[in-house]
Structures are given as structure tokens and as C-alpha cells.
Ligand binder design. Structure first.
Ligand code: AMP
Ligand code: MG
Length: 331
């Protein structure tokens, strides 16, 4: 039997368990997400969700993969970055499983995992990655032996901005899909702060301005259209600069906001202008899920990475560029 890894992801609102084989076959990928009736995510509520739902989600992932606990060779877990209580609940499950099964434990960086699963799916070897989600907004490229963050948000993540805007206009969490639908009907562009500072972006000013436009009676469809065009245009500018600077030939779009068709269109334009290939990670692998953790765990393990349970504390603020990427040839 090939190497089988169980990956647990629980950095924020979702808990996921995925089973992946050593040659990169995703055998299962199960998850469940906290869905607050109103307001945002509360870290403690989310961590309780993970502890309560975790065991059943793990069992479901094993059943769907057609493997038993005794077939697992490796346990990988999302070590950070993320919400402390959520990370700890997930790490506790990973440690107990590794100890009980007597198999190695690997701690995976969540952002790195988004890139690696995208590379597995697309066959890309060295992309500029645009990682956009509820908690992160980063443009990342490999240089030296690390994934460097070329640009990122200086304040709130793009998905968070969309979700808060959605809450203001009466949409349920997560609001991204609702905003995308409204935006398709929009016709009139209303000016919003376009905030690119060096390679970084900022979305909080746009949120404040969008709230004002809404209270002034601007049609919801026009508001959503204007927000999308501005927010995505900013990302396109940073991506374009990253491509021009690094001379890489692939652009990978991932994270929950990657589901947005308009964002894909805009970045396809960037890729075409630079003769680069473009890939949007498919929805089941774009959001937070366990398969990406399992796959990255396999890559780390294959490069000799080991984590003692005693040293396996979580890293809520673990940056993408703080980890040596031992399984890739340095560039
Ligand atoms: P993640 O944090 O990766 O699980 O992704 C969740 C985020 O993706 C939330 O902020 C959602 O609002 C956002 N999202 C999901 N679908 C879409 C979409 N079609 N357009 C824009 N944002 C989306
Ligand atoms: Mg994520």
C-alpha cells in the first residue's frame, strides 16, 4: 500500500479531514463549517464546533477513502496561521491520533498548503499564487527556499471585506457568492478607494466607503459591481507586478474567493498579457480543507520533516515566508 496521510485542517471556521496517498491521489476530503445565524465567527464557538464535529468528520473521511485507522502512515495538521482556539482543538486531535496510531506527526503551514494543493491539481511547478480567502489576501512566489509574500493586505482580508459588506446589506455569511450574483446585474460604477501601497493592498477604506454609498441609496447591484471591480483590480495590479518582477510563467488562483468568476476573468487577462498560464483551483480544493494539509504533510515528510508531539505547539501568527521549503529545489 502506498503512503497514506490523514490531514486535519482547522484554522478558522471549517474543520476538515482529508486522506491523500503518497503519489498525490485525493482519496477523500470531508469538511463542515460553522455557520453563525448572525454576525461573524467567534473563535471559541468555532473551536467547540471542531472538537464536537471532528471525530465524525475524520471517520467519514476514512470511510470515503476506503481506509482504516491502521492504514494511516502519517498525520498532518494545520499548525497555523489561524485562530488560536481552533488551531489548538485541531492539534489536540492530530496529536492524540499520532500517539494512538504510533505514526509521525507533521505540522503544516495553512498558506503553503493552499499553494501545494493548487500545484498538485494544476501541474504547475512554480506559480505566482494569488491566495484570497476569508482570513488571507496574499500574492506569493517561491524565491530562495521560501514562499515569499510579494504583496498582502495591510488590514482586512478581501473575503472578510465581502462578508462584512454582506452583513451590512443583509446577506448571510459567507456573503461572497451573494455579492457576486448582485454584481452581475450592476451597470453603474461608483468610485471607491483604490488602495495599492507598494505591493500591498488595503480594503478597510473601501468597506467604509461602500457602507456610505449603501446608506446613500446606491443600488445594491451597482454597489457590489463597484466593489468587485475595484477590489479585484487592486489584486490584478499586484499580481501583474509580481509576474513582471519574478518572470514566472504561471498564475494560480486559490482560496475561497477564487470561486468568484469575475476575479478569474480579470486574472486571466493579466496572465494573457504576460504569456503566463492560468489556473483557478477547483472549488473543493480552493477553500479550507484537509486534503491540502495531507498532501503538504506528505511533501514535508518526504523531505525528512518530523515534529515531536512535545514540540508541536500551534503557531497562530505563522507567516508563509517563515518556513524553509525543504521539499522544493531552491531557486
Ligand atoms: P475560505 O476562508 O477559504 O474558506 O473562503 C471563504 C471566503 O470566500 C468567504 O469570505 C466567502 O465570502 C468567500 N467566497 C466564497 N465564494 C465566493 C464568491 N463566489 N465570490 C467571492 N467570494 C467568495
Ligand atoms: Mg484558507
Amino acid at each position: 500500500m502506498p503512503l497514506i496521510c490523514l490531514g486535519l485542517e482547522g484554522t478558522a471556521h471549517s474543520f476538515g479531514a482529508g486522506v491523500v496517498s503518497g503519489e498525490g491521489r485525493v482519496l477523500s476530503n470531508c469538511w463542515d463549517m460553522v455557520s453563525p445565524q448572525e454576525g461573524g465567527i467567534h473563535p471559541r464557538e468555532a473551536s467547540r464546533h471542531h472538537s464536537d464535529m471532528g471525530p465524525d468528520i475524520i471517520k467519514k473521511a476514512l470511510t470515503e477513502a476506503g481506509v482504516a485507522f491502521r492504514d494511516i502512515h502519517l498525520i498532518a495538521f494545520s499548525r497555523g496561521p489561524g485562530l488560536g482556539p481552533c488551531l489548538r482543538a485541531t492539534a489536540t486531535m492530530a496529536r492524540s491520533l499520532a500517539l494512538k496510531l504510533g505514526v509521525p506527526l507533521v505540522g503544516v503551514n495553512h498558506c503553503v498548503a493552499h499553494i501545494e494543493i493548487g500545484c498538485l491539481e494544476s501541474g504547475f511547478r512554480d506559480p505566482v499564487t494569488v491566495y484570497v480567502s476569508g482570513g488571507n489576501t496574499q500574492v506569493i512566489a517561491f524565491a530562495g527556499n521560501r514562499f515569499r509574500t510579494f504583496g498582502e493586505t495591510l488590514d482586512i482580508a478581501i473575503g472578510n471585506m465581502l462578508d462584512v459588506l454582506g452583513r451590512i446589506v443583509g446577506m448571510r455569511f459567507p456573503a461572497g457568492p451573494g455579492i457576486e450574483k448582485e454584481a452581475e446585474k450592476g451597470e453603474n460604477y461608483h468610485s471607491l478607494p483604490y488602495s495599492v501601497k507598494g505591493m500591498d493592498v488595503s480594503y478597510s477604506g473601501m468597506l467604509t466607503a461602500a457602507r456610505r454609498l449603501y446608506s446613500e441609496g446606491v443600488a445594491l447591484s451597482d454597489l457590489c459591481y463597484s466593489v468587485q471591480e475595484t477590489a479585484f483590480g487592486m489584486l490584478a495590479e499586484v499580481t501583474e507586478r509580481a509576474i513582471a518582477h519574478t518572470k514566472k510563467t504561471e498564475i494560480l488562483l486559490t482560496g475561497g474567493v477564487a470561486r468568484n468568476k469575475r476575479l478569474g476573468e480579470i486574472l486571466t487577462g493579466v496572465a494573457n498579457r504576460h504569456g503566463a498560464a492560468f489556473h483557478t483551483v477547483s472549488p473543493p480544493l480552493a477553500g479550507d480543507q484537509g486534503a491540502m494539509i495531507a498532501w503538504t504533510g506528505i511533501l514535508q515528510h518526504s523531505a525528512g520533516d518530523k515534529l515531536d508531539v512535545a514540540d508541536s505547539h500551534v503557531r497562530p501568527k505563522w507567516r508563509t515566508d517563515e518556513q524553509d521549503i525543504t521539499w522544493r529545489a531552491s531557486s
